[in-house]
Ligand binder design. Structure first.
Ligand code: THU
Length: 140
């Protein structure tokens, strides 16, 4: 699936956002290795802390359904649903991606017209990864 088509699904996912506190609506579309796409939106909470980001909503939906092999994710968002530029996934979402994805996992950051591409390694270098618990020693 092309990045453009995945971004279209992320834009559609924004429409599902529950963001009454920040007004910042985010959508994500996660591409699985078998071609399945999972959409996610941010889901805010009056206690703020329990808020779930769009990326994690998509990943958790996919994992529940038995998917753990992911290729890429498209993300977009903006105040009141207006996309004015790109924004990178938050640190918590990057760490959740790292649980299931390797360094070459692709993250498409969409703006109104186009998109930028980053790998997970670029956004989360020297990551804490599942292998560490089994004795794997990182380079730092
Ligand atoms: N948000 C996401 O959905 N993904 C991110 O990667 C960063 C932030 C959401 C959380 C909150 O509902 C709103 O954006 C403002 O922080």
């Amino acid at each position: 699936m092309s990045p453009e088509k995945l971004i279209e699904q992320a834009k559609e996912a924004m429409l599902h956002a529950y963001a009454p506190y920040s007004g910042y609506k985010v959508g994500a579309a996660l591409l699985c290795a078998d071609g399945t796409v999972y959409q996610g939106c941010n889901i805010e909470n009056a206690a703020y802390g329990p808020t779930n980001c769009a990326e994690r909503t998509a990943i958790f939906k996919a994992v529940y359904d038995g998917h753990r092999d992911f290729v890429s994710i498209a993300v977009c968002g903006g105040k009141d649903g207006a996309i004015t530029g790109t924004f990178p996934p938050c640190g918590v979402c990057r760490q959740v991606m790292r649980e299931f994805c390797q360094d070459d996992f692709l993250i498409y950051l969409a703006d109104g017209n186009g998109y930028k591409t980053a790998t997970l390694a670029e956004l989360l270098p020297h990551s804490f990864q599942p292998e560490v618990l089994n004795g794997y020693s990182t380079s730092v």
